[in-house]
Design a protein around this ligand. Sequence first.
Ligand code: NAD
Ligand code: IPM
Ligand code: MN
Length: 369
Amino acid sequence: MASFNLLLLPGDGIGPEVNVEVEKLVRWLDQAGVAKFEIEKDLVGGSAYDAHGVSITEEAMARAQAADAVLFGAVGGPKWDSVPYEVRPEAGLLRLRKDLGLFANLRPAICYPALAEASSLKRELVEGLDIMIVRELTGGVYFGEPKEIVTLENGEKRAVDTQLYTTHEVERIARVAFDLAAKRNNRVASAEKRNVMRTGVLWHEVVSRVHREEFAGAALEHVLADNCAMQLVRNPKQYDVIVTDNLFGDILSDVAAMLTGSLGMLPSASLGAEDPATGKRKALYEPVHGSAPDIAGKGMANPIAMIGSLGMALRYSFGLGDAADKLDLAIANVLGAGLRTRDIAGPGANAVSTSEMGDAIIAEMQRLS
Ligand code: NAD
Ligand code: IPM
Ligand code: MN
């Protein structure tokens, strides 16, 4: 039986709460004979800062490099608002993405039929929604240099972030988007702001060329990122795959999350390049949501984004597509049976706890097998 080494990085706030549910599910998959999983755990974010004074230790980085996949919860929270910028909780996540070379972030936004009412949009606009946002994750304004605050002679401060993309960075994320589209409806919308930004001009040029030379069978549409945000709430089902840069992808995926009912529903996969020798790629799986300080510690968090992220690991890192399909079905069935955490329950309706939702999904996996 195949055997995989998983590193769990639960993090802060609701991160550990949703991570417990995914760990239970991994242990169930192991016992059910789907595959063997070795689980390691480490600290990241504020919890790592409290213990070690850094947002991730070198030891944890080495473990992440060695793992077959990393399952990441969430980091951050008001407790660490005033720690030095270099060691703020979010820096641990950004270092993982950069050092592991995780340039492709896949954020699927699927509206489960049972949740069409939980969306902030009308049922007919979101029913059957299935969008894949492909976010560039290791470039752009998140990482461009210079990135600094300098004090000017007159005592004023000037803050600089640098939006920066190279041909190679755009080419490789465009290929990921077109490859994924080919397995779906073969339509790609590329979102940038070429009307304002030089990086947008290059992005548009490179995506157009990759399309023309390598994926001419796909339908490609260019859309300005602000218009894309508007289109996502006007008529989201017009999209199949959206490819965009690091910052626009961050924002557009939070918008897409709400179409599915809750930010607590959106999983993601952050993938590196395939190693030609082994066929393997570095990978980290993380819910799109953050540490949700407003509900942390209350057992209210929706674990589906985290559990769905494990589903993506089964599919993209472990070659266990059947188990991933079964997990998607288990989630759909549990929602279909009316189980809701607070975020998707609607005003006045009954809600279950994080662990009740996790247990119900495992019980459904058991029933389906
Ligand atoms: P957030 O995603 O933590 O929360 C936004 C809203 O969504 C909150 O009302 C929260 O209760 C709700 N929510 C989020 N996940 C939920 C879930 N699973 N179930 C139910 N409700 C859920 O965003 P924020 O409040 O802007 O950020 C809080 C902290 O998290 C910040 O420090 C931020 O930097 C960090 N953050 C981390 C990540 C990450 O680790 N990947 C992602 C986003 C934000
Ligand atoms: C996300 C988060 C992160 C980002 C933060 C926590 C660094 O918002 O994964 O969407 O901005 O990429
Ligand atoms: Mn975000």
